[in-house]
Write a protein that binds this ligand. Structure first.
Ligand SMILES: NC(=O)c1ccc[n+]([C@@H]2O[C@H](COP(=O)([O-])OP(=O)(O)OC[C@H]3O[C@@H](n4cnc5c(N)ncnc54)[C@H](OP(=O)(O)O)[C@@H]3O)[C@@H](O)[C@H]2O)c1
Length: 288
């Protein structure tokens, strides 16, 4: 193993609490395999300290950062430039530092699109999507799907008001194709048969509440592509029910890896070893 030196390029992950992040394993494995003098470090920082820590670190040898909960929106204030997609999503999960200047990106949506393409040769263009959720992941997926030509997007969240304001905001920023609907009641049952892709962007079904499912399983039907962004466990109850109902299924690990692959390209200008990234997250993921 190569030890860090003063020349080593650093990459950091900001978050709080960081817990068991898979990103250090994913990136450091590829840096090592490719013989690159880079090191990826988890940096747990509280919201009140974010500005001080960020301003200090960009004076060091950092090529960039990842950003996770709860800093993805606040960090926008510290960017010199913001990529148009991150501006629409209003959240940054990747930062590239060049010449002391910070440019913010959001690679979550690209991770989702690439995962669909590589695993099912599927695209969102011309498709009707039902997206469950109203948080950061739902916003990233809705924004990129609208930008990439989805025909219609239904946004369905437990707190309907959040879905309504997100739909109104993204309709104005992208294309006017997004409608908010309640999680219970007839609207969901009415729109389901016309959907091509269902995405769970809620945390329902995540460890340790693995018996939970975000939608009535009787609404699932053959041919529907069901994507669960939850990756712990790999096979959620939603995916198990969807498989039984004859749906095509996709878990969240691919999105995690492909958003990381895009960040890797931005920091290094080098093509990552995606298979090694998958192997690293498989090994580092908590076992059931
Ligand atoms: N695969 C990947 O790369 C990837 C990337 C990002 C996120 N994710 C996963 O996506 C999920 C959402 O992440 P996020 O960042 O969007 O989180 P978030 O901003 O905290 O949003 C959480 C969402 O889950 C909903 N929710 C929580 N508990 C619920 C319940 N009991 N019943 C119904 N809805 C419930 C919330 O509804 P309310 O608005 O009503 O509270 C909200 O819409 C997480 O599981 C995360 O691990 C995966």
């Amino acid at each position: 193993m190569r030890y860090p030196s003063v020349h080593t390029k650093l990459v950091g992950l900001f978050g709080h609490p960081l817990g068991h992040s898979l990103s250090p394993a994913m990136h450091n494995r590829v840096f090592t395999k490719l013989g690159m003098d880079y090191l990826y470090l988890p940096i747990q920082v509280e919201a009140n300290d974010l500005k001080t820590v960020f301003n200090g670190l960009i004076r060091m040898n950092f090529a960039g950062f990842n950003v996770t909960i709860p800093h993805k929106v606040r960090i926008l204030d510290f960017m010199d430039e913001i990529d148009p997609l991150a501006e629409i999503i209003v959240a940054v999960n990747t930062i590239r530092i060049t010449g002391g200047r910070a440019r913010g990106y959001n690679t979550d949506g690209i991770g989702f699109i690439t995962s669909l393409k590589t695993s099912h040769d599927a695209a969102v263009s011309g498709k009707t999507l039902l997206i469950l959720g109203g948080g950061g992941a739902a916003r990233a997926i809705t924004a990129i799907s609208a930008a990439q030509g989805a025909q219609r997007i239904y946004l369905c969240n437990r707190t309907l008001g959040k879905a309504q304001s997100m739909a109104a905001d993204l309709n104005a920023r992208t294309r006017d194709i997004i409608a908010a609907i309640p999680m219970d009641g007839p609207a969901l049952r009415d729109v389901m048969p016309g959907c091509d892709i269902l995405v769970n962007a809620t945390s329902v079904g995540m460890h340790p509440r693995t018996d939970a499912i975000p939608i009535d399983e009787n609404l699932l039907y053959p041919g529907l592509l069901v994507v669960d962004l939850v990756y712990n466990p790999r096979m959620t109850r939603l995916l198990t029910c969807a498989q039984k109902a004859g749906c095509r299924i996709l878990g969240g690990l691919g999105m995690l890896v492909y958003q990381g692959a895009e960040a890797f390209r931005l920091w290094t200008g080098t093509e990552p070893l995606v298979d090694e990234m998958f192997a690293a997250v498989e090994e580092a993921a908590p076992k059931p």
